[in-house]
Design a protein. Structure first.
Ligand code: BES
Ligand code: MN
Ligand code: ZN
Length: 491
Protein backbone atom coordinates (compact mmCIF):
# COMPACT_ATOMS: atom_id res chain seq x y z
CA UNK A 1 0.00 0.00 0.00
CA UNK A 2 1.33 3.45 -0.87
CA UNK A 3 2.30 5.43 2.14
CA UNK A 4 0.44 8.64 2.85
CA UNK A 5 2.83 11.55 2.36
CA UNK A 6 1.94 12.89 5.79
CA UNK A 7 1.41 11.60 9.29
CA UNK A 8 -2.21 10.76 9.93
CA UNK A 9 -4.24 13.33 11.82
CA UNK A 10 -4.73 13.58 14.74
CA UNK A 11 -1.17 12.83 15.79
CA UNK A 12 -0.84 10.36 18.58
CA UNK A 13 -0.41 11.89 22.01
CA UNK A 14 0.99 10.32 25.15
CA UNK A 15 -1.64 8.55 27.25
CA UNK A 16 -2.02 10.19 30.63
CA UNK A 17 -3.96 8.44 33.36
CA UNK A 18 -4.49 8.77 37.07
CA UNK A 19 -3.73 5.64 39.06
CA UNK A 20 -4.57 4.83 42.66
CA UNK A 21 -1.14 3.60 43.56
CA UNK A 22 2.37 3.47 42.18
CA UNK A 23 3.44 0.24 40.57
CA UNK A 24 6.90 -1.12 41.18
CA UNK A 25 9.29 -1.63 38.32
CA UNK A 26 8.31 1.46 36.34
CA UNK A 27 10.72 4.40 36.05
CA UNK A 28 9.28 7.27 38.04
CA UNK A 29 9.57 10.97 38.63
CA UNK A 30 8.98 12.93 41.80
CA UNK A 31 7.68 16.48 41.50
CA UNK A 32 9.07 18.87 44.10
CA UNK A 33 8.21 22.51 44.88
CA UNK A 34 11.12 24.91 45.32
CA UNK A 35 12.37 25.32 48.85
CA UNK A 36 10.44 22.30 50.09
CA UNK A 37 12.13 20.12 52.65
CA UNK A 38 11.75 16.56 51.34
CA UNK A 39 13.63 13.31 51.50
CA UNK A 40 15.34 14.48 48.30
CA UNK A 41 16.71 17.75 49.71
CA UNK A 42 20.16 16.33 50.20
CA UNK A 43 20.49 14.82 46.73
CA UNK A 44 19.06 18.01 45.23
CA UNK A 45 21.69 20.08 47.02
CA UNK A 46 24.36 17.79 45.66
CA UNK A 47 22.98 18.20 42.13
CA UNK A 48 22.58 21.96 42.70
CA UNK A 49 18.88 21.56 41.95
CA UNK A 50 16.52 24.15 43.42
CA UNK A 51 13.09 22.84 42.48
CA UNK A 52 12.32 25.80 40.26
CA UNK A 53 9.56 25.21 37.75
CA UNK A 54 10.52 22.99 34.80
CA UNK A 55 13.89 22.02 36.26
CA UNK A 56 14.50 18.32 35.63
CA UNK A 57 17.35 16.48 37.37
CA UNK A 58 18.33 13.00 36.30
CA UNK A 59 19.21 10.85 39.28
CA UNK A 60 21.81 8.14 39.09
CA UNK A 61 21.38 4.77 40.66
CA UNK A 62 18.90 1.94 40.30
CA UNK A 63 16.77 2.72 43.36
CA UNK A 64 14.45 5.62 43.91
CA UNK A 65 13.19 8.12 41.34
CA UNK A 66 14.90 8.54 38.02
CA UNK A 67 13.85 12.20 37.72
CA UNK A 68 13.22 15.07 40.10
CA UNK A 69 10.98 17.68 38.51
CA UNK A 70 10.73 21.18 39.95
CA UNK A 71 7.39 22.91 40.15
CA UNK A 72 8.60 26.18 41.69
CA UNK A 73 5.83 28.06 43.50
CA UNK A 74 3.24 25.61 42.26
CA UNK A 75 1.13 27.93 40.09
CA UNK A 76 -0.99 26.45 37.32
CA UNK A 77 1.58 27.57 34.79
CA UNK A 78 4.39 26.02 36.86
CA UNK A 79 2.60 22.68 36.72
CA UNK A 80 2.13 22.90 32.95
CA UNK A 81 5.77 23.86 32.46
CA UNK A 82 6.87 21.03 34.77
CA UNK A 83 4.78 18.45 32.91
CA UNK A 84 6.21 19.64 29.60
CA UNK A 85 9.82 19.68 30.81
CA UNK A 86 9.40 16.25 32.32
CA UNK A 87 7.98 14.64 29.19
CA UNK A 88 10.77 16.14 27.08
CA UNK A 89 13.38 14.74 29.45
CA UNK A 90 11.70 11.33 29.53
CA UNK A 91 11.38 11.32 25.75
CA UNK A 92 15.07 12.13 25.39
CA UNK A 93 15.74 9.11 27.57
CA UNK A 94 13.47 6.94 25.47
CA UNK A 95 15.06 8.28 22.30
CA UNK A 96 18.44 7.09 23.42
CA UNK A 97 17.54 3.64 24.57
CA UNK A 98 13.85 2.99 24.17
CA UNK A 99 12.38 0.29 26.32
CA UNK A 100 14.05 -3.00 27.22
CA UNK A 101 13.50 -4.25 23.67
CA UNK A 102 14.91 -1.01 22.27
CA UNK A 103 11.52 0.18 20.96
CA UNK A 104 11.23 3.93 20.76
CA UNK A 105 8.03 5.53 21.83
CA UNK A 106 6.99 2.71 24.04
CA UNK A 107 8.06 3.64 27.51
CA UNK A 108 5.68 4.05 30.41
CA UNK A 109 6.63 6.32 33.27
CA UNK A 110 5.07 7.20 36.57
CA UNK A 111 4.85 10.53 38.40
CA UNK A 112 4.36 11.36 42.06
CA UNK A 113 3.03 14.88 42.53
CA UNK A 114 3.44 16.89 45.74
CA UNK A 115 0.95 16.23 48.53
CA UNK A 116 -0.50 19.73 48.22
CA UNK A 117 -1.32 19.29 44.50
CA UNK A 118 -5.09 19.36 43.93
CA UNK A 119 -7.08 18.00 40.98
CA UNK A 120 -6.52 21.19 38.95
CA UNK A 121 -2.75 20.85 39.39
CA UNK A 122 -2.95 17.28 38.11
CA UNK A 123 -4.87 18.59 35.11
CA UNK A 124 -2.31 21.30 34.45
CA UNK A 125 0.57 18.82 34.72
CA UNK A 126 -1.24 16.50 32.29
CA UNK A 127 -1.71 19.43 29.87
CA UNK A 128 2.05 20.02 30.02
CA UNK A 129 2.81 16.36 29.36
CA UNK A 130 0.39 16.05 26.45
CA UNK A 131 1.27 19.29 24.69
CA UNK A 132 4.93 19.57 25.67
CA UNK A 133 5.41 16.10 24.20
CA UNK A 134 3.55 16.97 20.99
CA UNK A 135 5.60 16.65 17.85
CA UNK A 136 4.67 17.03 14.18
CA UNK A 137 7.12 15.59 11.72
CA UNK A 138 7.00 14.40 8.13
CA UNK A 139 9.78 11.91 7.81
CA UNK A 140 10.86 8.43 6.78
CA UNK A 141 10.71 7.34 10.39
CA UNK A 142 7.53 6.89 12.31
CA UNK A 143 7.07 9.95 14.46
CA UNK A 144 5.91 8.15 17.58
CA UNK A 145 5.79 10.20 20.75
CA UNK A 146 8.81 9.38 22.88
CA UNK A 147 6.70 8.45 25.88
CA UNK A 148 3.71 6.18 25.44
CA UNK A 149 2.10 6.48 28.82
CA UNK A 150 2.34 8.62 31.93
CA UNK A 151 0.75 7.36 35.13
CA UNK A 152 -0.04 10.12 37.62
CA UNK A 153 -0.26 8.67 41.09
CA UNK A 154 -3.27 9.97 43.07
CA UNK A 155 -2.63 11.01 46.68
CA UNK A 156 -4.78 8.14 47.93
CA UNK A 157 -6.35 5.26 46.05
CA UNK A 158 -9.87 5.80 47.41
CA UNK A 159 -10.01 9.54 46.60
CA UNK A 160 -8.63 9.36 43.06
CA UNK A 161 -11.84 10.23 41.20
CA UNK A 162 -11.66 14.06 41.30
CA UNK A 163 -8.07 13.80 40.06
CA UNK A 164 -9.05 11.43 37.27
CA UNK A 165 -11.93 13.75 36.26
CA UNK A 166 -9.65 16.80 36.14
CA UNK A 167 -7.09 14.91 34.08
CA UNK A 168 -9.64 13.55 31.63
CA UNK A 169 -11.04 17.04 31.03
CA UNK A 170 -7.49 18.37 30.58
CA UNK A 171 -6.90 15.58 28.04
CA UNK A 172 -9.94 16.65 26.02
CA UNK A 173 -8.73 20.25 25.98
CA UNK A 174 -5.19 19.18 25.08
CA UNK A 175 -6.54 17.03 22.25
CA UNK A 176 -8.26 20.13 20.89
CA UNK A 177 -5.01 22.09 21.03
CA UNK A 178 -3.11 19.22 19.42
CA UNK A 179 -5.65 18.93 16.60
CA UNK A 180 -5.46 22.69 16.00
CA UNK A 181 -1.67 22.28 15.84
CA UNK A 182 -1.95 19.38 13.38
CA UNK A 183 -4.15 21.42 11.09
CA UNK A 184 -1.85 24.44 11.26
CA UNK A 185 1.29 22.36 10.75
CA UNK A 186 0.00 20.52 7.70
CA UNK A 187 1.84 21.96 4.70
CA UNK A 188 -0.16 23.81 2.08
CA UNK A 189 0.69 21.41 -0.76
CA UNK A 190 -1.76 19.14 1.06
CA UNK A 191 -3.89 21.62 2.97
CA UNK A 192 -6.06 23.45 0.45
CA UNK A 193 -9.60 24.62 1.27
CA UNK A 194 -11.15 21.31 0.16
CA UNK A 195 -8.69 19.33 2.30
CA UNK A 196 -9.45 21.47 5.34
CA UNK A 197 -13.17 20.97 4.78
CA UNK A 198 -12.90 17.22 4.22
CA UNK A 199 -10.64 16.82 7.21
CA UNK A 200 -13.10 18.74 9.38
CA UNK A 201 -15.84 16.37 8.24
CA UNK A 202 -13.75 13.27 8.79
CA UNK A 203 -12.62 14.31 12.27
CA UNK A 204 -16.09 15.11 13.54
CA UNK A 205 -18.02 12.22 11.99
CA UNK A 206 -17.92 10.12 15.18
CA UNK A 207 -19.34 12.79 17.47
CA UNK A 208 -23.06 12.76 18.22
CA UNK A 209 -24.76 16.12 17.94
CA UNK A 210 -22.05 17.61 15.72
CA UNK A 211 -22.53 18.00 11.97
CA UNK A 212 -20.20 19.56 9.46
CA UNK A 213 -21.54 20.88 6.16
CA UNK A 214 -19.22 22.01 3.38
CA UNK A 215 -20.29 24.71 0.93
CA UNK A 216 -18.44 24.84 -2.37
CA UNK A 217 -17.62 27.75 -4.66
CA UNK A 218 -20.92 27.47 -6.50
CA UNK A 219 -22.89 27.75 -3.31
CA UNK A 220 -20.70 30.69 -2.28
CA UNK A 221 -21.40 32.44 -5.59
CA UNK A 222 -25.13 31.80 -5.36
CA UNK A 223 -25.19 33.28 -1.88
CA UNK A 224 -23.06 36.33 -2.56
CA UNK A 225 -19.86 35.54 -0.67
CA UNK A 226 -17.89 38.08 -2.72
CA UNK A 227 -15.04 38.50 -0.24
CA UNK A 228 -14.29 34.79 -0.04
CA UNK A 229 -14.55 34.36 -3.81
CA UNK A 230 -12.28 37.37 -4.43
CA UNK A 231 -9.56 36.06 -2.12
CA UNK A 232 -9.87 32.49 -3.39
CA UNK A 233 -10.10 33.55 -7.01
CA UNK A 234 -6.36 33.49 -7.63
CA UNK A 235 -5.97 29.84 -6.69
CA UNK A 236 -6.61 26.64 -8.62
CA UNK A 237 -8.03 25.26 -5.35
CA UNK A 238 -11.39 27.01 -4.96
CA UNK A 239 -12.69 28.30 -1.63
CA UNK A 240 -15.02 26.50 0.76
CA UNK A 241 -17.21 27.50 3.66
CA UNK A 242 -17.07 25.00 6.50
CA UNK A 243 -20.13 25.06 8.71
CA UNK A 244 -20.08 23.05 11.94
CA UNK A 245 -23.21 22.82 14.05
CA UNK A 246 -23.38 21.47 17.58
CA UNK A 247 -26.89 21.46 18.88
CA UNK A 248 -27.70 19.45 21.98
CA UNK A 249 -31.36 19.20 22.96
CA UNK A 250 -33.02 21.63 25.28
CA UNK A 251 -30.38 24.35 25.52
CA UNK A 252 -30.89 28.08 25.07
CA UNK A 253 -27.55 29.85 24.77
CA UNK A 254 -26.26 29.92 21.20
CA UNK A 255 -22.71 30.95 20.36
CA UNK A 256 -21.26 31.58 16.91
CA UNK A 257 -17.55 31.03 16.29
CA UNK A 258 -15.93 32.25 13.08
CA UNK A 259 -12.35 31.31 12.20
CA UNK A 260 -10.05 32.58 9.45
CA UNK A 261 -9.26 29.68 7.13
CA UNK A 262 -6.61 30.99 4.76
CA UNK A 263 -4.75 27.79 3.84
CA UNK A 264 -1.85 29.80 2.45
CA UNK A 265 -1.27 33.53 2.32
CA UNK A 266 1.15 34.81 -0.32
CA UNK A 267 -0.32 38.28 0.04
CA UNK A 268 -1.78 37.98 -3.46
CA UNK A 269 -0.96 40.75 -5.96
CA UNK A 270 0.23 42.80 -2.94
CA UNK A 271 2.77 40.02 -2.54
CA UNK A 272 4.64 39.33 0.68
CA UNK A 273 8.45 39.27 0.81
CA UNK A 274 9.92 35.79 0.22
CA UNK A 275 11.57 35.68 3.61
CA UNK A 276 9.18 34.16 6.12
CA UNK A 277 6.38 33.57 3.62
CA UNK A 278 6.51 29.81 4.27
CA UNK A 279 5.04 30.26 7.74
CA UNK A 280 1.84 31.49 6.12
CA UNK A 281 0.81 27.85 5.88
CA UNK A 282 -0.43 28.45 9.43
CA UNK A 283 -2.72 31.30 8.34
CA UNK A 284 -5.76 29.10 8.97
CA UNK A 285 -4.87 28.79 12.66
CA UNK A 286 -8.01 30.66 13.73
CA UNK A 287 -10.18 28.30 11.69
CA UNK A 288 -8.24 25.31 13.00
CA UNK A 289 -8.76 26.46 16.59
CA UNK A 290 -12.49 26.87 15.97
CA UNK A 291 -12.87 23.41 14.40
CA UNK A 292 -10.80 21.74 17.11
CA UNK A 293 -12.82 23.51 19.80
CA UNK A 294 -16.06 22.25 18.23
CA UNK A 295 -14.78 18.71 18.48
CA UNK A 296 -13.98 19.10 22.18
CA UNK A 297 -17.27 20.88 22.92
CA UNK A 298 -19.17 17.96 21.40
CA UNK A 299 -16.94 15.35 23.06
CA UNK A 300 -17.53 17.00 26.45
CA UNK A 301 -21.26 17.17 25.65
CA UNK A 302 -21.43 20.77 26.83
CA UNK A 303 -24.96 22.03 27.27
CA UNK A 304 -24.67 24.96 24.91
CA UNK A 305 -25.49 25.39 21.23
CA UNK A 306 -22.49 26.37 19.13
CA UNK A 307 -22.29 27.09 15.42
CA UNK A 308 -18.92 27.50 13.73
CA UNK A 309 -18.03 28.95 10.36
CA UNK A 310 -14.65 28.71 8.69
CA UNK A 311 -14.35 30.51 5.38
CA UNK A 312 -11.44 28.71 3.71
CA UNK A 313 -9.50 30.13 0.77
CA UNK A 314 -5.99 30.23 -0.61
CA UNK A 315 -4.61 33.73 -1.22
CA UNK A 316 -2.52 33.19 -4.35
CA UNK A 317 -1.37 35.15 -7.36
CA UNK A 318 -2.55 34.45 -10.89
CA UNK A 319 -4.45 35.96 -13.79
CA UNK A 320 -7.65 35.47 -11.85
CA UNK A 321 -6.45 36.98 -8.58
CA UNK A 322 -8.27 39.99 -7.10
CA UNK A 323 -6.58 43.37 -7.29
CA UNK A 324 -5.95 46.45 -5.16
CA UNK A 325 -8.62 48.93 -6.21
CA UNK A 326 -11.33 46.31 -6.69
CA UNK A 327 -14.70 46.80 -5.07
CA UNK A 328 -16.14 43.61 -3.64
CA UNK A 329 -19.68 42.88 -2.47
CA UNK A 330 -19.96 40.73 0.65
CA UNK A 331 -22.73 38.46 1.83
CA UNK A 332 -25.65 40.70 2.73
CA UNK A 333 -24.71 43.40 0.21
CA UNK A 334 -22.17 45.61 1.97
CA UNK A 335 -19.27 46.61 -0.31
CA UNK A 336 -15.55 46.92 0.43
CA UNK A 337 -12.97 49.00 -1.39
CA UNK A 338 -9.87 46.79 -1.63
CA UNK A 339 -6.53 48.53 -1.26
CA UNK A 340 -4.21 45.65 -0.31
CA UNK A 341 -4.82 42.05 -1.31
CA UNK A 342 -2.71 40.94 1.66
CA UNK A 343 -5.51 42.07 3.99
CA UNK A 344 -7.41 38.96 2.85
CA UNK A 345 -8.42 37.66 6.27
CA UNK A 346 -10.95 40.41 6.88
CA UNK A 347 -12.40 39.87 3.38
CA UNK A 348 -13.38 36.28 4.10
CA UNK A 349 -14.35 36.96 7.71
CA UNK A 350 -16.67 39.78 6.63
CA UNK A 351 -18.72 37.34 4.55
CA UNK A 352 -18.84 34.73 7.29
CA UNK A 353 -19.73 37.23 10.03
CA UNK A 354 -22.51 38.77 7.94
CA UNK A 355 -23.86 35.35 6.98
CA UNK A 356 -23.55 33.80 10.44
CA UNK A 357 -25.13 36.65 12.37
CA UNK A 358 -28.09 37.03 9.97
CA UNK A 359 -28.64 33.34 9.25
CA UNK A 360 -28.37 32.03 12.81
CA UNK A 361 -29.17 35.03 15.07
CA UNK A 362 -26.81 33.74 17.78
CA UNK A 363 -26.59 35.34 21.23
CA UNK A 364 -23.03 36.36 20.55
CA UNK A 365 -20.23 35.93 18.04
CA UNK A 366 -16.48 35.39 18.48
CA UNK A 367 -14.08 35.45 15.56
CA UNK A 368 -10.51 34.16 15.68
CA UNK A 369 -7.84 35.03 13.14
CA UNK A 370 -4.15 35.41 12.44
CA UNK A 371 -5.20 38.81 11.20
CA UNK A 372 -2.46 41.42 11.53
CA UNK A 373 1.31 41.48 11.86
CA UNK A 374 0.72 44.66 13.87
CA UNK A 375 -0.50 42.55 16.80
CA UNK A 376 2.86 40.78 16.96
CA UNK A 377 4.46 44.15 17.50
CA UNK A 378 1.84 45.32 19.99
CA UNK A 379 1.65 42.23 22.22
CA UNK A 380 4.55 39.97 21.29
CA UNK A 381 4.30 36.30 20.47
CA UNK A 382 2.67 34.85 23.57
CA UNK A 383 -0.41 36.99 24.09
CA UNK A 384 -3.54 37.19 21.97
CA UNK A 385 -5.34 40.47 21.21
CA UNK A 386 -8.92 40.59 22.48
CA UNK A 387 -11.27 43.18 21.00
CA UNK A 388 -14.84 43.54 22.20
CA UNK A 389 -17.32 46.25 22.97
CA UNK A 390 -19.04 43.87 25.38
CA UNK A 391 -17.47 43.90 28.85
CA UNK A 392 -19.09 40.65 29.97
CA UNK A 393 -17.91 38.74 26.91
CA UNK A 394 -14.43 40.24 27.13
CA UNK A 395 -14.19 39.30 30.80
CA UNK A 396 -15.40 35.76 30.15
CA UNK A 397 -12.84 35.27 27.38
CA UNK A 398 -10.02 36.61 29.52
CA UNK A 399 -11.03 34.40 32.44
CA UNK A 400 -11.46 31.36 30.19
CA UNK A 401 -7.97 31.90 28.79
CA UNK A 402 -6.56 32.31 32.27
CA UNK A 403 -7.99 28.95 33.38
CA UNK A 404 -6.49 27.06 30.44
CA UNK A 405 -3.18 28.86 30.09
CA UNK A 406 -3.84 31.21 27.16
CA UNK A 407 -3.15 34.89 27.80
CA UNK A 408 -5.36 37.58 26.28
CA UNK A 409 -4.94 41.33 26.44
CA UNK A 410 -7.91 43.59 25.82
CA UNK A 411 -7.43 46.13 23.06
CA UNK A 412 -9.49 49.30 22.54
CA UNK A 413 -11.98 50.03 19.76
CA UNK A 414 -11.65 53.82 19.65
CA UNK A 415 -14.39 55.90 18.00
CA UNK A 416 -12.04 58.27 16.23
CA UNK A 417 -10.69 55.40 14.14
CA UNK A 418 -14.13 53.91 13.55
CA UNK A 419 -14.92 56.85 11.24
CA UNK A 420 -11.96 55.94 9.04
CA UNK A 421 -13.56 52.64 8.03
CA UNK A 422 -15.94 54.55 5.70
CA UNK A 423 -14.98 54.61 2.02
CA UNK A 424 -15.77 57.23 -0.64
CA UNK A 425 -16.57 54.71 -3.35
CA UNK A 426 -17.81 51.73 -1.32
CA UNK A 427 -19.45 51.16 2.06
CA UNK A 428 -16.22 50.38 3.87
CA UNK A 429 -12.52 50.69 3.32
CA UNK A 430 -10.55 47.45 3.62
CA UNK A 431 -7.42 49.01 5.14
CA UNK A 432 -8.17 52.27 6.92
CA UNK A 433 -5.17 54.31 8.06
CA UNK A 434 -4.05 53.94 11.64
CA UNK A 435 -3.03 51.18 14.05
CA UNK A 436 -3.19 47.91 12.09
CA UNK A 437 -4.75 45.55 14.61
CA UNK A 438 -7.33 48.07 15.77
CA UNK A 439 -8.56 49.24 12.37
CA UNK A 440 -8.85 45.61 11.25
CA UNK A 441 -11.07 44.93 14.26
CA UNK A 442 -13.13 48.03 13.51
CA UNK A 443 -13.58 46.83 9.93
CA UNK A 444 -14.84 43.43 11.16
CA UNK A 445 -17.24 45.03 13.62
CA UNK A 446 -19.18 46.45 10.66
CA UNK A 447 -20.17 42.89 9.75
CA UNK A 448 -21.13 41.56 13.19
CA UNK A 449 -24.76 42.64 12.88
CA UNK A 450 -24.71 44.68 16.08
CA UNK A 451 -24.60 41.50 18.21
CA UNK A 452 -22.31 41.06 21.21
CA UNK A 453 -19.05 40.34 19.41
CA UNK A 454 -15.42 39.65 20.20
CA UNK A 455 -12.48 39.45 17.84
CA UNK A 456 -9.38 37.46 18.78
CA UNK A 457 -6.25 38.37 16.81
CA UNK A 458 -3.78 35.50 17.26
CA UNK A 459 -1.15 36.52 14.70
CA UNK A 460 1.44 36.51 17.51
CA UNK A 461 0.76 33.40 19.60
CA UNK A 462 -0.54 31.08 16.85
CA UNK A 463 3.00 30.08 15.99
CA UNK A 464 6.16 29.56 17.96
CA UNK A 465 9.76 29.04 16.94
CA UNK A 466 10.81 27.65 20.32
CA UNK A 467 9.83 25.49 23.27
CA UNK A 468 8.29 27.33 26.23
CA UNK A 469 5.88 26.03 28.85
CA UNK A 470 3.69 23.48 27.03
CA UNK A 471 4.35 25.08 23.63
CA UNK A 472 6.58 23.50 20.98
CA UNK A 473 7.85 24.97 17.69
CA UNK A 474 5.27 25.26 14.89
CA UNK A 475 1.56 25.87 15.21
CA UNK A 476 0.60 26.28 18.86
CA UNK A 477 -3.15 25.64 18.67
CA UNK A 478 -3.67 28.90 20.57
CA UNK A 479 -7.32 29.85 21.23
CA UNK A 480 -8.76 26.33 20.94
CA UNK A 481 -8.84 25.81 24.71
CA UNK A 482 -10.14 29.31 25.37
CA UNK A 483 -13.09 28.69 23.03
CA UNK A 484 -13.99 25.42 24.73
CA UNK A 485 -13.76 27.02 28.14
CA UNK A 486 -15.82 30.00 26.95
CA UNK A 487 -18.54 27.65 25.71
CA UNK A 488 -18.43 25.81 29.05
CA UNK A 489 -19.03 29.11 30.83
CA UNK A 490 -22.44 29.34 29.11
CA UNK A 491 -23.34 25.67 29.59
N1 BES B 1 -1.86 36.60 7.75
C1 BES B 1 -1.41 37.94 7.79
C2 BES B 1 -1.08 38.43 9.20
C3 BES B 1 0.08 37.75 9.85
C4 BES B 1 1.34 38.25 9.73
C5 BES B 1 -0.13 36.63 10.64
C6 BES B 1 2.40 37.62 10.34
C7 BES B 1 0.92 36.00 11.26
C8 BES B 1 2.19 36.51 11.11
C9 BES B 1 -2.48 38.86 7.22
O1 BES B 1 -3.25 38.32 6.20
C10 BES B 1 -1.78 40.03 6.64
O2 BES B 1 -1.06 39.85 5.71
N2 BES B 1 -2.00 41.20 7.21
C11 BES B 1 -1.41 42.39 6.75
C12 BES B 1 -2.48 43.46 6.70
C13 BES B 1 -2.04 44.69 6.00
C14 BES B 1 -1.87 44.44 4.52
C15 BES B 1 -3.09 45.76 6.23
C16 BES B 1 -0.29 42.78 7.70
O3 BES B 1 -0.47 42.62 8.90
O4 BES B 1 0.74 43.20 7.23
MN1 MN C 1 -2.35 38.56 4.30
ZN1 ZN D 1 -3.41 36.27 6.21
Amino acid sequence: MARSPLPSIPTRLTDVEVVGAARRGIAFAVVVPSGADTEYTEVMDRLRATGKAAEVSLLPGPDGPRWLVGVGDGTARDYRAAGAAFVRAAAADAGEGGDAAGRRGSITVQVELPAQAGPDHYGQFATGVLLGGYRYRVSMQDGAAGVRKVRLVAPTADAAQPYADAVSRACELARATALARDLANTPSNVKNPAWLANTAQRLTADLPGLTVTVRDERWLAEHGFGGTLAVGGGSASPPRLIEAVYRPRGVRAHLLFVGKGITFDTGGISVKPAEGMHVMRTDMSGGGAVLAAMRAIAALRLKVRVTALVPAAENLISGSAYRPGDVVRHYGGRTTEVTNTDAEGRMVLADALAYGTSRFSPDLVVDVATLTGAMKIALGLRTGGLFSGDDDLAQRLRAAGERVGEAWWRMPLPDDHARDVRSDIADVRQVPPGPGGIVAALFLREFAGGLPWAHLDIAGPARSDRNYDEVVPGGTGFAARTLVELAASYA
